[in-house]
Design a protein around this ligand. Sequence first.
Ligand SMILES: [Zn+2]
Length: 214
Amino acid sequence: MEDVKIVADDLYFIQQPIRTGWFCGITVVLGADKIGLVDTGFENTPVDYIFPLIKKLGRKPESIDYVVNTHRDGDHVLGNKAIKEKTKAQIAIHKLEAEAVVTADVKLIDGNVVELGDRKFKVIHSPGHRPGSICLYDQANRTLITGDSVCGERTDLIRMDKAIYIRSLKKLLDLDIGILVMSHPFKPLGKSIVVGNDIKEMIVASIGIAENLK
Ligand SMILES: [Zn+2]
């Protein structure tokens, strides 16, 4: 499955192609018993990508018990419906996004801790792309999942006051991060899964790009 990257033993990243050089990412966290998801992609993503991957790994889609949407945009939430049809999963999103997403059950705020697979992630409110954009931080594994919160050269995605976006990104610089997972291959790096020095570089570059906006 060339559309799947193995980030860690229990962390898989699906890249659903949208157009040349651009895809939409879904993170699958595989616990011993339960399976968590970060974002669900489009209407067809669960049936065409998520469930086949889980079955290929010898597991059942019905084990998906918790889903977090990083924000309200279609490429992150439209798969919720197919997840609900197949599983009993709870679907969580920041409270500022919840009204726009009828499939969401749980309203999150900054500082909440969610369990995905066998991992615990802290919710970090990171507005800028959307008012209720969030990042998920797994301190034990030094892993940060940002959705579209860090969007590099895609300045069209900074939909709020740029000062709000920049403040959110500066907050991320305080974290100890070994693996950064973004939903799309944002430039300047042009990839979704980032390790080592590139992490700080990506966040700092995104701040600089925003600061230079007129
Ligand atoms: Zn997106």
